[in-house]
Write a protein that binds this ligand. Sequence first.
Ligand code: 5GP
Ligand code: MN
Length: 340
Amino acid sequence: MILTKEKIEQFSKMIEVSDNIVILSHFNPDGDAVGSTTGLYKFLQNLGKKNLSIIYPNEYAQNLSFLFEGVNHLIASNGLLTAKQLLKQADLLIFMDLNRISRTSEELQCLIEPLDIPKILIDHHIDPHQFDISFSDSEASSTAELTYKIIKQLDSTKIDLNVAKSIYTGICTDTGSFSYSCSRKDCFEVAAELVDLGLEIAPLKRQVFDLSSENRLKLLGYLLSEKLRVFSEYKAAYISVSKQELRQFNFQKGDLEGVVNYCLKIEGIEFAALLSERQDTIRLSFRSTNPSIDVNKFANQYWNGGGHILAAGGNSTLSLEETEKILEEQIHNNLHESNY
Ligand code: 5GP
Ligand code: MN
C-alpha cells in the first residue's frame, strides 16, 4: 500500500509542525516536475502554510511559467547562495518527481545531504532511495497524479482551480495527453475530478502544448529534414543536435521537448533517441514502444541515467560524434536481443 492512513497522518503532522517547507525537484524540470511541485505548493498555501518555497536545480521551460503566479521559487543555478540560505532555514524538505537526491544537481546534493531534517519523497520512478516518508508509485502515470491522491486525503477542501491547473499539467505532459501506456484508469479519474472543479481543458492544452516560438518551429523542421537518422532493420531512429545548431535557432529551454517522439511516428520504429549537445555534456533522451527494450535499464547501464521502461534519459561526457558512434554501435548490436 502506497497511501496508508498512517503515512498520510504522519505527513500531515509533519506539515503542521513545520514552519519552513522547501519543495525540490529534478534537473531539467519538465511539466510533471513543475506541475506536481506548484500543485503541492498552492495546496500548502491554501492550508495556511506561510514560508514555502520551491527550488529547481536549473531553468524550467517557458511554456510552464503560467503556473508560477504567487509561487515563491528559485532556480539554484542562478542563485546557489539563496538556495543555501533557504535550505539552512528549512525544517521540512519534500522531493518530487525524482527517485534520488542526486537527480537535483551536485551542488544541491552537497547542501542537502548533511541536513538533519525530515525528507519526504513523492515520486513515480523505479528504484527510489530511502527517505523518511516515501510515497513512491511506479504505476502512477505521473508524480502529479500521485500528488493529487495525497492532497485529496490530506484535505480535499483545499484543492482549488489553481491547484487543479498544476496537477492537470503534470498529468497531461507525462502521459502525452493521456496517450502513453502509463495512462491507466486512475489518471482519467483524477482528470475527471479536476474538470469537476471547473478546470477548462482547451486553453490549458494550448498553453502547454500548442504555442511555439517561430525559432522552435524552424528548429523542429530542420531536425526532421536534416538530422533524422533511421535504422529500419534495427527498428531504431535518432536525432542529434549540436550546440552550434541550437544557437543558430536561438534555442530556449523546452524547445526540444517532445522532439524524440517524432522518431516513433515512423511505422516499425520501436526505439528512439535524441542527442543534444549542452554546455559540457551530451544530454540523451530515450523512448521505446516495446517493453522488451527497457530504456530505463539501457540508460542506467550505459548512459549514467535512468527513468522508466519506455521513457528515460542519460548523459554522456564524450563528444557528440563519439556519443553518436557508440549509440549506433549499440543499435547495430541489436537492442532487442541484448541483455542490459
Ligand atoms: P526526458 O527524456 O523527457 O528528459 O526524460 C524521460 C524520463 O526519464 C523522465 O521521467 C525523467 O525524469 C527520466 N530521466 C531523464 N534523465 C534521467 C537521468 O539522468 N536519470 C534518471 N534516473 N532519470 C532520468
Ligand atoms: Mn514524472
